[in-house]
Design a protein around this ligand. Sequence first.
Ligand code: PEP
Length: 265
Amino acid sequence: MEPVTTLRTPFIAGNWKMNLDHLQSIAFVQKLAWALKDAQHDYSAVEVAVFPPFTDLRSVQTLVSADKLELGYGAQDLSQHDSGAYTGEISGAFLAKLECSYVIIGHSERRTLHDETDEVVAAKTAAALRHGIVPVVCVGETAEDLEKHGASAVPVAQLTRVLESVPADAEIVVAYEPVWAIGSGQAATPEQAETVCAALRDTLRPALGEEFASRTRILYGGSVKAANIASFMRQANVDGALVGGASLDVDEFSSIARFQKHVGI
Ligand code: PEP
């Protein structure tokens, strides 16, 4: 199949989850930056970002700024509130001060383990945009949803709810992550990913217009690795990947980021 060209810059995002403390984050980011530099990675052709735990962000910010790294970074969550009596929560204002470009919102682990509803995800998306941070909004169906409703219905419904709090001039990233594919080693097929990502783009169009739909990046996530990234990136509506487990291995993650060098793309 011919490579697909679009105006959307491919985006490879690494969600570290609750792994790597702030000292480990410094070593990891240094190694990743070296690996990509060695490979003469062009960040303007493929954007790369990491999503460390909150406690690492100041260290990552300092390193990125001191070494003038082109690597992006963001947080894994934020509060829907800006300040006040919300013990344990982190404001988007704090993340903006740490120069986070992105924040992951509505990851399936937050939805499942912390009961985050579509309403909360929508409120957090609005909070990110209020603070000038690009939300990476995660949607995806469980195995049970897949069986009952097919692949697209739940992610499309989740995205529709979030779009109510997004203005047409905003930038968001959408991550389609089938829950059954996360951390399971069983990725969706490229065709499955393309079908749902196309349905998500079709959802953006009537809600926020053609321009918004054609410039918004839609990522696939769920057991992505160096061996399968190229097959996802060949799909017309897949603009990158949200990577969990494989983002914790410098060689594997930098190889994913260099998917354009892989045979056949
Ligand atoms: C994730 O947690 O967002 C994810 C996609 O994990 P993994 O790549 O390990 O499946």
